[in-house]
Design a binder for this molecule. Structure first.
Ligand code: GLY
Length: 362
């Protein structure tokens, strides 16, 4: 098992445990950081059907008393209604501030359970057990928790770090292909932000693969560790997302607009993949991005089986982007690649975004 220590502002905060077949040890891993207590175990019906018995048995063996809450899988559950049900469940089961939430699932479960942990009784401890590639390499680490509002994605949330993260890469075996590819988009993002090891692995795997999951399988623990380490370089000195952390938004402004405009029919990573291609195309036309970068990014994204453009019009994307939480008054910050491996953050007037979206189309 590999361990990445998350240090926030130089202080040791929590450990991300990465390896295979870790779910049966979840109870003992968690008991290293929390005394036996009542545990609200939160999952969705799909992933829960595969792994709940293993995790719950392991928690019970380690002396925890477990209460299970499950809800329908998917972004459409990441709303006020499910959030409220979770809070009532916590209260009904007499979860107190010395107790614990343990969540198992992808980004939706992690964001929801994390937000419940951040707000229930003004904050209780929680553990993330991500089971999607996207949640392993991104959302389970760094403490962003949220739910969506009608007006946009992740508009209601809080920063709240977990006390432990357990990434058991064997759980990716049961992940639907489109959700695996979602995580690959975030991994490509870390390559574009400068992680050459990730790019090398990806390039070697996409060259001759029929199935990207099987090609990447021997490298999964390494890729998850590299991704988290890269993410932490941007998060450790800017937890509250006012500076360096914003680099992690590469592809996300257009990506979130695509998700919102498609009413979440286009999944997060697919939308971010299009967002990265679009901003590289627009960046070249604005003479910010080195010529050829857009072609290189697009080629890698296409080779990974992800989309590189959208049929949603720039006007519809613009209207969706107006409610983006990265907007500050009349301005919005965009992360633009300078070249492969290097990006910069530039501020634009919100109405300039319409033109940038048009430049990014093709
Ligand atoms: N997903 C981007 C961040 O955690 O800041």
């Amino acid at each position: 098992m590999n361990k990445v220590t998350v240090k926030i502002n130089g202080e040791e905060d929590y450990i991300v445990n990465i390896g295979s077949d870790l779910l049966k040890d979840a109870g003992s891993i968690i008991s290293e950081v929390h005394a036996p207590c009542r545990v609200a175990y939160i999952t969705d019906f799909t992933v829960g059907a595969h792994y709940t018995a293993t995790v719950v048995d392991s928690l019970k063996d380690a002396g925890f008393e477990v209460f299970i809450f499950a809800f329908p899988a998917g972004e459409s559950s990441k709303n006020m209604e499910t959030y409220e049900k979770i809070l009532e469940f916590l209260a009904d089961n007499e979860i107190t501030r010395s107790d614990l939430i343990v969540e198992l699932g992808g980004g939706v479960v992690g964001d929801l359970a994390g937000f419940a942990a951040a707000t229930y009784m003004r904050g209780i401890d929680y553990v993330q057990i991500p089971t999607s590639l996207l949640a392993m390499v991104d959302s389970s680490v760094g403490g962003k928790t949220s739910i969506d509002l009608e007006s946009g994605k992740n508009l209601c949330g809080a920063f709240h770090q977990p006390i432990s993260v357990i990434c058991s890469v064997d759980t990716l075996e049961t992940l639907e292909k489109k959700y695996f590819d979602d995580g690959v988009a975030e991994i490509i993002k870390y390559g574009m932000l400068g992680n050459e090891k990730i790019l090398k692995i990806l390039h070697s795997c996409v060259e001759n693969h029929d199935n990207l999951y099987f090609a990447l399988k021997p490298f999964l623990s390494e890729i998850v560790e590299e991704s988290i380490s890269t993410k932490l370089n941007f998060v450790k000195s800017d937890v509250y997302d006012n500076g360096k952390r914003q680099f992690l938004n590469l592809g996300h402004t257009i990506g979130h607009a695509i998700e919102h405009a498609s009413r979440y029919a286009i999944p997060h990573g697919h939308a971010v993949a299009v967002g990265m291609c679009s901003i590289a195309r627009a960046g070249e036309k604005m003479n910010i991005t080195e010529e050829g970068t857009a072609n290189n990014v697009t080629a890698l994204i296409r080779a990974c089986g992800l989309p590189t453009s959208t049929i949603i019009s720039p006007v519809d994307l613009y209207n969706s982007a107006l409610s983006d939480k990265k907007r500050r008054g009349g301005e919005i910050s965009l992360v633009i690649p300078v070249k492969f491996g290097e990006c910069e953050i530039k501020k634009f007037k919100i109405d300039e975004l319409k033109n940038i979206l048009t430049l990014g189309v093709k």
